[in-house]
Design a binder for this molecule. Structure first.
Ligand SMILES: C[S@@+](CC[C@H](N)C(=O)[O-])C[C@H]1O[C@@H](n2cnc3c(N)ncnc32)[C@H](O)[C@@H]1O
Length: 264
């Protein structure tokens, strides 16, 4: 694995930024799942606050429904949905994330896994009743409109596309879960991605910011209707820290936004 040479907020060519995720998640799958796999296991969580789908019910009744997860990572969410009676397919651009998930899953908890970029899904139109992701794909592509268009394409009429991302407001604040992270140090309107380059100068990681309005426009542009925007509050039971998310800041500022959209 090459080391980080440089990091910060700066423009990079879309092609390079959008291609970085696959290699980064392949290289970091092990470490990510060692750190967070326990918290994510056995549930569908919408973000580091810990909100579960059994509490929030954002996907509707999934029993007997065809469900597609994009940016599934280790597919913990898909496995939980299969237990609820859904017919689920889990997809991710990183083969290592899918493989690690399969290898770490309890015996008998299998769901179909497909390696695919969410911007070019290998499924026929109108194949699914629900498409969703918890923090997958969208933050890592410069062209999220393509993900929304693909979700809309593979959904049947009446279906839902639900996705969670870092709350857009958070991009104005440092990546610090303590009181030091409560002062805005950047412009909320600065759309430059957060980028890491490796010791060869290659873009190794890129994460993209969109304002609330940007997300709403992209959803509308895909012909979808925004039904809800859920901003999970930090619960008392959760004392954990995950990067810039933690109880101290989480009680004052939102860290996650979950967009619930419908295909009419
Ligand atoms: C933060 S993880 C989220 C995964 C899982 N929901 C979780 O909470 O662990 C982000 C995932 O998005 C995937 N991803 C990034 N870009 C993608 C793309 N263009 N298409 C599909 N998946 C992508 C990564 O490989 C990674 O597994």
């Amino acid at each position: 694995m090459s080391s980080v040479r440089d990091y910060g907020y700066r423009e990079v060519p879309d092609r390079e930024g959008g291609a970085a995720a696959r290699g980064w998640w392949d290289d970091n799958a092990d470490e990510y799942l060692d750190d967070h796999g326990g918290f994510l296991a056995g549930e569908l969580r919408w973000g580091p606050e810990g909100l579960t789908e059994s509490e929030a019910r954002l996907l509707g009744d999934v029993a007997g429904r065809d469900v597609l997860e994009i940016g599934a990572g280790a597919a913990q969410c898909s496995r939980w949905l299969a237990e609820q009676g859904a017919h689920v397919v889990a997809t991710d651009v990183s083969g290592a994330m899918l493989r690690e998930g399969r290898d770490r899953a309890p015996a008998g908890a299998g769901v179909p896994l497909v390696q695919a970029d969410a911007r070019a899904l290998p499924f026929a139109a109108a194949s699914f009743d629900v498409v969703f992701t918890s923090f997958g794909a969208i933050p890592f592509v410069p062209d999220a409109a393509r993900v929304h268009a693909e979700a809309a394409r593979v959904l049947r009429a009446g279906g839902r596309w639900v996705f969670s991302v870092t709350h857009p407001l958070r991009w104005a604040f440092p990546d610090d879960p303590t009181a030091a992270g409560l002062t805005a140090t950047r412009s909320y309107f600065d759309r430059r991605p957060y980028v890491e380059t490796d010791d060869t100068g290659r873009v190794a990681y890129a994460e993209y910011h969109r304002t609330v309005g940007d997300h709403v426009r992209e959803i509308a542009g895909a012909g979808l209707r925004l039904a809800d925007l859920v901003e999970p509050e930090w619960p008392d039971w959760n004392t954990g820290v995950w990067g810039g998310w933690g109880p101290e800041r989480g009680r004052r500022l939102p860290g996650t936004a979950v967009f619930v959209t419908h295909k009419d």
